[in-house]
Design a protein around this ligand. Structure first.
Ligand code: SF4
Length: 358
């Protein structure tokens, strides 16, 4: 096992990122092999349980109500729809379901109760359940934990400095506060970001400083490559090269040795060879299904072919941490507090976001 360091500096991380590629790959692969089975990759399924109409202004996101995109909005899915999709995902080798709702923050009420029931339902299918629902309070995190939630996703997106260039409707500190609320429970933390939004390499290192200095480090870190969607402020952004993704994955593996590193959005642009190098560098999870929330993703059959080619096995659920126990609603002592938390609304304006508003 590698010793976990929570004091990485930006300079140290930049030095790792910029090492000659063969050295970087060799170091990352050694750390990966020490801490994980290199021939096992977790297959996760991302379900958009409530799509579009989001009040936030994330400049990469087609679900923001303020931008002109082709996204078809959907109200919250029914519990039976979610159960059916989770079952189907399980039969295709998926061990984790991540449910995403395009909300700024969770509001206590019937929709949250419905999500809690979805968590109970999927946990009973013996799959890891993850949610990404926006900002949450401590009580909401505890209620999700009781329902049997395994992980909560809340991405830092980029460095604290570059975050201000991408989102103006909430602050970086709000992200950290939500992660802290999750940490008050047994639910594991999933938090990562996106590269290719116009940030520089220092920002990528800055994001990894923010993630690796969390104590404990997040159990899961998704690394996404921006998929530029027409109608969003980042629509003109060029696709990043595979080499940048490989460097980012390898660096993440080195500074977060025990974490599940997830090769996330952008895989449709990556060759099998490119993805194989990402796995070698330390990625040990992918998302399956032809949609990643709303962005395109390789078809599961293509992924199974890739697994076959590389001799990879899908990871079983609960390998890293025991399955949480579901407490039924009637047995729970935790109640809705009808909270109206005051998450921040920073005052700064992002010109490119403003120029794309409806
Ligand atoms: S990334 Fe999430 S919070 Fe941001 S606009 Fe999209 S759905 Fe809303």
């Amino acid at each position: 096992m590698n010793k976990i360091r929570n004091n990485w500096t930006r300079e140290e991380i930049l030095k790792i990122y910029n090492e000659p590629l063969m050295d970087l790959l060799y170091k990352a692969a050694q750390i990966h092999r020490k801490n994980h089975d290199p021939n096992t990759v977790q297959v996760s399924t991302l379900l958009s349980i409530k799509t579009g109409g989001c009040p936030e202004d994330c400049s990469y996101c087609p679900q923001a109500a303020r931008y002109h995109t082709d996204i078809e909005g959907n109200d919250l899915m029914s519990i039976s729809q979610v159960a059916e999709q989770a079952q189907r995902a399980k039969s295709m080798g998926s061990s984790r379901v991540c449910m995403g709702a395009a909300w700024r923050n969770v509001k206590d009420g019937p929709e949250f109760e419905q999500v809690l029931e979805m968590v109970r339902t999927i946990n009973k299918l013996d799959m890891e359940v993850c949610c990404t629902l926006g900002m949450i309070t401590e009580n909401q995190a505890k209620r999700l934990a009781e329902a049997g939630l395994y992980a909560y996703n809340h991405n830092l997106d980029s460095s604290e400095e570059y975050y201000k260039e991408v989102i103006s409707t909430r602050a970086f500190q709000d992200r950290l506060d939500t992660i802290e609320n999750v940490r008050k429970t047994n639910v594991t933390v999933c938090s990562g970001g996106i590269i290719g939004m116009g940030e520089d390499v220092e920002d990528r290192a800055g994001m990894l400083v923010a993630l690796s200095t969390l104590n404990p480090q997040p159990e899961s870190v998704p690394i996404n490559a921006l998929v530029a969607i027409e109608g969003t402020p980042l629509q003109e952004q060029k696709t990043i090269s595979i080499w940048e993704m490989i460097r980012m994955i390898a660096t993440t593996r080195i500074v977060l040795p025990l974490t599940q590193v997830r090769l996330s959005a952008g895989r449709t642009e990556m060759s099998h060879e490119g993805q194989a190098l990402c796995f070698f560098a330390g990625a040990n999870s992918i998302f399956s299904g032809d949609k990643l929330l709303t962005t395109p993703n390789p078809d599961i059959h293509q992924d199974l072919e890739l697994f076959d080619l590389l001799g990879l096995k899908p990871q079983k659920p609960f390998v890293k941490k025991a399955q949480p126990k579901t407490i039924e609603k009637e047995e729970s002592n935790l109640k809705s507090l009808d909270e109206k938390p005051r998450w921040t609304r920073p005052k700064h304006k992002i010109e490119r976001n403003e120029s794309m508003r409806k």
